[in-house]
Design a protein. Sequence first.
Length: 130
Amino acid sequence: METNRQKKIAGILQQDMAEVIQRLLSDAGRSNIVVSVTKVRVTADLSLAKAYISVFPTKFANGLMKDIEKMSQQIKHEIAQRTRHQFRRMPELEFFSDDSLEYIDQIDRSLKGVDNPIEHPELLQRRKKK
C-alpha cells in the first residue's frame, strides 16, 4: 500500500517528467509524437521511481524508449532542479513502456469485429509481460 508521501512524490514526478520529456522531444524536432507519463510508482524508501510511458503513434515507441533511456540522467537532473525545494533526494528513474492503451484498443477491435473473443477466447492473444 502506498503512503501519502509516496503518492505525492509520484504525482509531482509524473507532472514534471511529462513536461521535461515533451520539451526534450520538441527540442529534438520530434513534435509529431505524443508522449504521456501514465503512471509513476515510488518505492517505500523513496529511492526508486518507475515511470510508465505511453507513446502515440505506437510505431515510434521502441525507438523513443531507447532515446529516453539514453537521456535518463538529463531528465533526472532537470526534474531535480525543478523539485529541489520539495525533495530531499531525487529518486533514481526507471522507464517502462505502457502498452495498456494498445491492449484495450485490440480488445475493442476484436469486440467490434466478426469474431467475438467472448464467444471464442482462443482468438485473443495473451498479454505478454516484459
